[in-house]
Design a protein around this ligand. Structure first.
Ligand code: ADP
Ligand code: MG
Length: 637
């Protein structure tokens, strides 16, 4: 195409030459001395200059002289002069043409480059635009994460909460570079304004002595990364999003600040009947709520024994009778650990109010905000009468949720240890190809890998029951837990498994989030979960604190390819051995840099939002008008 343009351009460039040529209208007169015979053998085209030279030499040879010769000479000189002038003109035209051509070509080259870039960019842009559209369509249906009254009255909190806690003087004196160096050392990423300093030991956090002793007794000697940055942020009264690996001690990072707040309030004015709470921790499952509640109680007891005032907490979960906690309800309480369903119920029945509540933490927050739980959370928010400190914690927190959560937070600080959704590095992850029909038999063999306790996950309630039955038949001490079991059955399962009476627990998603059975040696994913975040949480039941653990996952032809891709990237990221059958799966969605694009909807790296299994599942559920509760999520709150 470039050539055509060039050809077209050549013509106007030559035109001046022709115009000027007209100044030599008279061709030389017929030559009386032409030597035709010789010319015949000559080549068809002889340049003019040469022809003239030939003529001159021929004339000279014929000995013509006198006036004719002089006239001839003059004519020749004139012709030569004209010839020279024409050559000069041609040269000039050529130069101009060359110049024009270079500029033109340059322009074309630039254009061509741009077109190439654009076509490459459009690919990416197109993809980004499309993904943004999908995300926007999702978000369009989303209301602000705030209480109805706040939304209605247009109440927007802009000021941070005030807190009395201050970092110790010597830490306040540290330069920003020194603080950044500490964060770097522990791989902590932070964002937000006026971020409180990281504090690498508990003593400097000004914890009461009995609490320091409690931690020591628990062999918790130094704060984990999420704690050493998250605790100062939370103690300072700041809103935050905390993201850290499974088993990295997030519970302590939000329990201690609540406990301190409770203590402070109680010291100021003792709590009486009908008063409280000052803070709430919400969890996506009953089991997790109970675990957190027990941790809080243990710490509260230590404080009391150490001469501090008594602070009380209330467990507010479905499936239990609140009458058991009549005493706590009667005396007033400082803290509530709850699942949203029961909490909402209690608030609606006016069993207590949130008038004094200043602190709201959501553990496994992405699960809570996610489909189905969101309305409950919003409803609970509407019971708040004033601003509160809001904290969100999880090991998985896709960008979508982070963005959405911002609407509930005031000048939040993001504390991020490792990529959101990345697996804990304390876990050895093994992936095995096991045919569907061979799974049960292979499971027995697999159980030999480690000593008990072992937890086996399946995303199907019936399969959970089948596995338990099979194991019992084979003489393995196994319990089972899933959303369709009664609360007693669930609690019995957890208790007997935690206490070591049973070796194996077969579980559906219910038990996958947040539960801390510190001794678990081995997690077996009987079926690879469709959503990679579930995988991260499930294998995260082992390798807790500073212990290591093994996770074995069965995959086969029935595992969707993009799930396998998600898994492949997760393994690579955690520097695990990637089996050849996973390595051989090609990723159709790599970016220009050869790296996976990843999904903005969930934490998966092996797909984009366009084929996100979570999005599909959510849409399916929305269409069917069902929440996420039941078995895969909250497990009936
Ligand atoms: P996460 O919620 O991040 O998954 P948890 O808060 O349940 O993790 O803590 C996992 C385990 O680590 C718990 O058994 C807890 O007692 C232990 N743990 C918490 N903090 C520390 C610490 N600073 N050092 C050692 N172990 C800790
Ligand atoms: Mg947890």
């Amino acid at each position: 195409m470039a050539d055509t343009v060039q050809d077209q351009q050549e013509q106007p460039a030559q035109q001046p030459t022709y115009t000027r040529r007209r100044r030599t209208p008279t061709p030389p007169p017929p030559d009386p001395y032409a030597i035709l015979d010789e010319d015949e053998s000559a080549p068809l085209y002889v340049p003019l200059k040469q022809r003239r030279a030939q003529l001159v030499s021929k004339l000279a040879a014929k000995g013509t002289g006198g006036a004719a010769a002089a006239a001839e000479k003059r004519k020749r000189e004139e012709l030569e002069e004209e010839e020279k002038e024409r050559e000069r003109d041609e040269e000039e035209a050529r130069r101009k043409k060359r110049e024009a051509q270079t500029l033109l070509m340059e322009a074309q080259e630039v254009k061509r480059q741009k077109a190439i870039e654009e076509s490459a960019k459009t690919e990416q842009q197109k993809r980004e635009e499309e993904e943004a559209k999908i995300l926007a369509a999702q978000e369009a249906t989303r209301k602000k994460l705030a209480g109805a009254e706040e939304v209605a009255k247009g109440i927007v909190y802009t000021e941070r909460m005030k807190a009395t806690w201050r970092p110790p003087h010597y830490i306040r004196g540290k330069s920003e570079e020194e603080l950044e160096a500490i964060r770097d050392k522990f791989h902590i990423l932070v964002s937000g304004d006026d971020i409180p300093p990281p504090i690498p030991n508990f003593r400097d956090m000004k914890l009461p002595k009995p609490l320091l002793e409690y931690l020591k007794k628990k062999k918790i000697s130094a704060p984990t990364p999420i704690q050493l940055q998250g605790l100062p942020v939370a103690f300072s009264g700041r809103d935050m999003i905390g993201i850290a690996f499974t088993g990295s001690g997030k519970t302590l990072a939000f329990s201690l600040p609540l406990l301190m707040l409770a203590l402070e309030e109680e010291k100021r004015l003792p709590f009486m009947q009908g008063e409280g709470p000052v803070g709430i921790i919400m969890c996506p499952s009953r089991e997790l709520a109970r675990q957190t509640f027990e941790g809080l109680n243990e710490m509260a007891r230590c404080l009391e024994q150490g001469g501090y005032p008594q602070v009380r907490s209330l467990l507010c979960i479905g499936g239990i009778s609140m009458a058991e906690q009549g005493q706590t309800l009667a005396n007033g309480f400082h803290m509530v650990v709850a699942t949203p369903g029961r909490l909402q119920d209690m608030l609606e029945k006016r069993k207590f109010t949130l008038n004094q509540c200043k602190y709201l933490c959501m553990d496994e927050a992405d699960r809570m905000i996610d489909m189905g739980f969101e309305e409950d959370v919003r409803n609970i928010l509407s019971f708040f009468k004033h601003q509160r400190q809001t904290l969100l914690f999880s090991a998985t927190m896709p960008k979508r949720i982070q963005d959405f959560a911002q609407s509930a937070l005031v000048q939040p600080i993001l504390v991020n240890v490792g990529r959101a959704g990345a697996a804990s590095l304390n876990i050895i992850q093994e992936v095995e190809y096991v045919k569907q029909e061979a799974k049960m038999v292979y499971l027995l063999e697999c159980l030999q890998k480690t000593a008990p306790p072992v937890i086996i996950f399946s995303d199907n309630k019936n399969e959970v029951d089948d596995i338990q039955e099979y194991l019992l038949l084979k003489g393995v001490e196994a319990v089972a837990i899933h959303g369709s079991k009664t609360q007693e059955e669930r609690e019995y399962a957890i208790k007997s498994f935690k206490s070591g009476k049973k070796d194996v627990m077969v579980a559906s998603g219910v038990a996958s989030k947040g539960l801390d059975f510190s001794e678990i040696q081995h997690v077996i994913n009987f079926t690879m979960p469709k959503e990679i975040e579930d995988y991260t949480h499930q294998i995260g039941r082992t390798g807790r604190g500073d212990k290591t653990g093994i996770a074995t996952t069965f995959i086969n032809m029935q595992t969707p390819e993009q799930t396998l891709l998600d898994l492949k990237y997760l393994l690579m990221e955690a520097k695990q051995k990637v089996p050849p059958f996973l390595l051989s799966i090609e990723d159709p969605n790599v970016g220009a840099d050869g790296k996976p694009i990843g999904c903005t909807n969930c934490g998966g790296l092996g797909h984009t939002i366009r084929n996100c299994p979570k999005l599909e599942e959510n849409q399916r559920r929305t269409m069917a008008g069902i929440g996420r509760g039941g078995d895969s999520g909250g497990g009936g709150w």
